[in-house]
Design a binder for this molecule. Structure first.
Ligand SMILES: C[S@@+](CC[C@H](N)C(=O)[O-])C[C@H]1O[C@@H](n2cnc3c(N)ncnc32)[C@H](O)[C@@H]1O
Length: 269
């Protein structure tokens, strides 16, 4: 697997914090089989991460309106991976439904990264495409979420989620990206965020504070941000006396959750 130094040597925008978050989630997907997909490749920085995690017959789809295949293949090699089973699709994302075999790709993708045009129109249509291809245990990553440079990128993701509550749910937000999953996979990934994420990111050199500032009566999503000593690795819900009775009944971060998860992992259940 690539080190941060290897990824950082490839030009692009993918940050160290996202490197740690991706490694943690992609490690968690070790038992999941499915293709990997990216819109917005540039010189292949984040794509090199995905190429490193591609296993067996899985395919890596790299889509960009402008693709330099030899540069991207070279980037993948420099991080120690082989550019095998890579499908390059040079097209505007809006053209992808007409360029891909969507019947064959139906719900086959376990990791989908959207990092292209960032306009509202484009991201909404990219989400429609993602709904066709992302598998039930898949993770969908949206770049520049909450970025003040691209307000429509955020408002249109939220609009899509509101209009299609059974397609994707917001799982986490952190370090400029949103992480979405299928509603049925939310409990699995929430358990991971509550019990394994902080440890896994730390393994790759990044200490983050994971915020669960509210309860499931509001929303499930967690936030990830710079590590704060006073808060520790995980913090939440925020003190709000009005909701204490709810917190007691379903405390996502309770120690029992950790014990149960540990037993489940140890016994392989
Ligand atoms: C920020 S860069 C991607 C960064 C890359 N993921 C990395 O790790 O460095 C955005 C890319 O999106 C591509 N792009 C912009 N608009 C697009 C569109 N409508 N369809 C497909 N690709 C697009 C650009 O050509 C550019 O390569």
């Amino acid at each position: 697997m690539p080190s941060w130094e290897q990824i950082d040597a490839v030009p692009g925008w993918f940050s160290f914090q996202s490197f740690c978050v991706w490694r943690a989630f992609l490690d968690e997907q070790a038992g999941v089989t499915g293709d990997l997909f990216e819109i917005g490749v540039w010189k292949g920085r984040s794509a090199s991460m995905l190429a490193s995690y591609r296993k067996g017959d899985e395919k890596l789809f790299l889509c960009d309106r402008r693709l330099d295949e030899s540069v991207i293949r070279n980037s993948i090699r420099t991080v120690g991976a082989e550019p095998k089973n890579v499908e390059f699709v040079e097209a505007f994302s809006i053209e992808l439904p007409g360029r891909l075999d969507l019947k064959a790709m139906h719900h086959t993708v376990r990791w989908c990264h959207i990092d292209g045009e960032h306009t509202g129109t484009a991201v909404y249509r990219e989400l429609e495409l993602a709904n066709r291809i992302v598998a039930p245990p898949g993770i969908l990553v949206i770049d520049d979420f909450f970025s003040p440079r691209y307000p429509a990128n955020t408002t249109e993701v939220v609009r899509y989620l509101e209009k299609n509550p059974h397609h994707f749910r917001l799982l986490a937000v952190g370090f400029n990206k949103a992480y979405l999953c299928r509603p049925e996979s939310l409990p699995r990934y929430m358990d991971f965020l509550a019990t394994g994420m902080a440890r896994s990111m730390k393994k790759y050199g990044w200490k983050a504070t994971i915020y669960k500032t509210t309860g499931p009566w509001d929303m499930d999503a967690v936030g990830m941000d710079e590590f704060i000593d006073a808060a520790g690795f995980q913090v939440g819900p925020d003190d709000d006396p009005h909701h204490w009775h709810m917190i007691r009944s379903r405390h996502v971060w309770s120690p029992w959750r950790h014990v149960r998860e540990f037993v489940k992992r140890t016994l392989g259940g």
